[in-house]
Design a binder for this molecule. Sequence first.
Ligand SMILES: [Cu+2]
Length: 490
Amino acid sequence: MKHPLLSVAATVAMALGGAFSTTPATGSTAAGQTAQGEPVHAVLTSPPQVPAPTNRKHPAKVIVELEVVEKEMPISEGVTYTFWTFGGTVPGSFIRVRQGDTVEFHLKNHPANKMPHNIDLHGVTGPGGGAASSFTAPGHESQFTFKALNQGLYVYHCATAPVGMHVANGMYGLILIEPPEGLPPVDHEYYVMQGDFYTVGKYREKGAQPFDMEKAIDERPTYVVFNGAEGALTGDKALKAKVGERVRLYIGNGGPNLVSSFHVIGEIFDKVWFEGGTRYQENVQTTLIPAGGSAIAEFRVDVPGTYVLVDHSILRAFNKGALAMLKADGPEDKTIYSGKEVDAVYVGDRAEPNLAAVSQATAAAASGTLTREDQIKAGQQLFTGTCSVCHQANGEGLPGVFPPLAKSDFLAADPKRAIDIVLHGLSGKVTVNGKEFTSVMPPMSQLNDDEVANILTYVLNSWGNPGGRIEKDEVAKMRAQATRPAAGGH
Ligand SMILES: [Cu+2]
């Protein structure tokens, strides 16, 4: 209030605000509404489920009870991470209320937890979005009440210091504040939220992985995933729909650092309520979701198949985990799409949900009981989607383009040389089984030492190759000797 005249003008504008408002979408009309009827207990859901519409024609008092749970869960096959969660899942429980509702919010911090937490809901009008009123020590509960003034899809997150660490550990979720008339009905509503994670170990390095604050500050995530884990929504856990059905995705981005270029491979969004707001855009390929932001995307499934949800910053999808699936059953429509379904090559090892043998092999390696058979099984699963892309699943390669690994005399002549080929790639002329190849194999430097050892042991013991075994230490030694840049080719 520096200037008296300005402050008078502001007061007048505020007083007139309600009267001028013609659209029910803004907050001011909801401000005067009072809760009617008995208080309602909000039904919260775990991702990817979304609570049913409120189907209410009047504002109500809604009681929300959310518990913070710190727990170790898988972040990738054979990799665990200690997540801090709202409701036991990452992202946290989905909350659904109606514009004009009065929300009595209870935040509980489980007594077994180690850290204090609070909650900042972006759908709350008030200091800190509730954070200032919800600081809660382990074994305690806080309560505050807010009016849901503005409709929209809002992120909520923990805002306890160090905020970045709390968010990086998975402390975020979505709250939908429905417009008074509700949203148009659809066949399926799903809850998908992206997050970036920072572990001390490399991508897919097995075991319990601690948080790496330095990587987080540098914004160099080890994992970028949907719904808290690589593979949370692939294979048997894929989202489902049938041809002809309408699907609505409530998509959030918890960050803490990255912006998401959200895309569904093979679909076009009929509508996107961009930024989780009131208006929608139509016919969208990729929608940008800021950290701490959201979008609602809707599409009709016209042909059957597997649709792949990705962050189109595409290395995040194929090398950091930001890949989910929606599987649609139903009759084909050749007038829309001709066929050849599920591109296993495109989707890579995520097409096969089962990487269990890989973690078994890692566990066996840790306990010193790793057998050649363990390695072969793990290697087979890793070969799919990595080497099979070029050398084919049966190891036969493609004539004139990719040399065979099956009965390869080149491989048999010096099996250890294959370690170098996988780590650093191969180019120039090679002769395999009497046929010349002058092509380029890129370095597979994203694979860790275990993975290279297992894949090569599998190759050596398949398709009539001479057998034998490659050990992790041999790979480590070869990697350390590298004079060429790991991903440079040449
Ligand atoms: Cu927290």
